[in-house]
Design a protein around this ligand. Structure first.
Ligand SMILES: NC(=O)c1ccc[n+]([C@@H]2O[C@H](COP(=O)([O-])OP(=O)(O)OC[C@H]3O[C@@H](n4cnc5c(N)ncnc54)[C@H](OP(=O)(O)O)[C@@H]3O)[C@@H](O)[C@H]2O)c1
Length: 319
């Protein structure tokens, strides 16, 4: 029996990197992942109560979903929740491209329903949003959210769904110490006021804010993230040093404090997990209470870094 209530853990887990082929120099992340390693990630996460898994058909063109479905096989379907996305740019020319893409995701993930289905970006809100309604009615999709939408696009999607008795139940945007576009545009306030969960993606800026990478130890050569972030790593040192010093008194590491910052701001971080020990850090992150001074000092240093980490697929949220 499917769970109808969306359960929001303190941290959701992202699997974009799981879509990489693993070939050196190929892919977004340039990380080599093994099935055994990812099974360990899943076991630790499930045991810690981090049971909401985010993916998309477009991550490795089905590879992330397939790998995720495979490693979750050992768990009862009701023990975890799946979050995947319709990407308008991949839509087929059939009569029902959203339903078609959903069917591909269901097959890849080895399931007959998705807990949280997203419209990945606002390519054409009036065109794509209505396609979610029959999927909600059929039960193949339990809840829907919108990603990378600005406030007026969120409201429009909510109005379209509202006419059929449904609503936008979650928002997913880029939000990190270095990237505040959604906060400045009032999207976090909107979510708080409406009681809608705000999922923050790229809280660790694809590893650039995790404290492990530096000009001496850059992100993997040939990967897209290296191209995007290696040039700015020297400007992040003061911020990552501060994250480390705040973490020191709490036996926490840089990424734990960065994730704790997002939680303190009212977001549910979606953290891209690639190694089993990252889960222990997320357990610590969920238990850290940052003071308002900690938050203010981190934000001052983040602003002083003066970098723009907006992804190429993202629009400026400010209206
Ligand atoms: N809706 C959208 O348009 C959209 C866009 C982007 C992302 N997302 C979702 O959000 C998720 C998160 O974003 P992301 O994966 O791009 O970036 P992220 O969470 O900012 O960073 C993930 C990377 O940080 C490193 N990392 C994670 N935990 C760590 C730890 N405890 N200690 C040290 N390093 C750590 C890993 O790199 P190494 O493997 O090199 O250690 C990992 O690949 C994605 O997986 C995806 O599900 C959605």
């Amino acid at each position: 029996m499917a769970i109808d209530t969306l359960k929001i853990p303190a941290v959701a887990l992202g699997t974009w990197a799981w879509g990489d082929s693993g070939e050196i120099g190929d892919g977004y992340f340039g990380t080599h992942l093994t099935q055994a390693g990812l099974e360990e990630v899943v076991d630790k996460a499930q045991a810690a109560g981090f049971t909401l898994w985010d993916t998309a058909l477009v991550y490795g063109m089905g590879r992330s979903e397939t790998v995720l479905g495979e490693v979750l096989k050992r768990y009862a379907r009701s023990d975890y929740q799946l979050s995947t996305k319709f990407t308008p740019q991949l839509a087929s020319t059939s009569d029902n491209p959203v339903a078609d893409m959903l069917e591909q995701s269901l097959a890849n993930l080895g399931t007959d329903y998705i807990d949280l289905y997203w419209i990945h970006n606002p390519a054409d809100v009036p065109r794509w949003t209505p396609h979610l309604i029959p999927l909600l009615k059929s039960g193949k999709v339990k809840h829907v959210g919108v990603s990378n939408h600005n406030l007026s696009e969120i409201k429009l999607a909510d109005q379209i769904l509202g006419e059929a008795g449904f609503r936008v139940e979650a928002i997913q945007n880029h939000y990190s110490l270095l990237y505040h576009s959604s906060e400045k545009a009032g999207i976090l306030d909107y979510c708080r006021n409406q009681g809608i969960p705000f999922f923050a993606y790229m809280v660790l800026e694809q590893g650039a804010l995790a404290g492990e990478y530096s000009p001496e130890n850059p992100l993997p050569e040939g990967s897209n993230r290296a191209e995007h972030y290696n040039g700015i790593l020297p400007r992040l040192k003061a911020l990552t040093d501060k994250l480390a010093s705040i973490g020191q008194s709490r036996a926490a590491a840089v990424p734990d404090v960065a994730a704790a910052w997002a939680i303190a701001k009212g977001a549910t971080p979606i953290i891209g997990v690639t190694k089993p020990h990252y889960i222990e850090g997320l357990v610590r992150a969920a238990g850290i209470t940052l003071t308002s001074d900690d938050i203010a000092e981190l934000e001052v240093l983040a602003d002083a870094a003066n970098v723009n980490t907006r992804g190429w697929w993202e629009q400026e949220m400010l209206i």
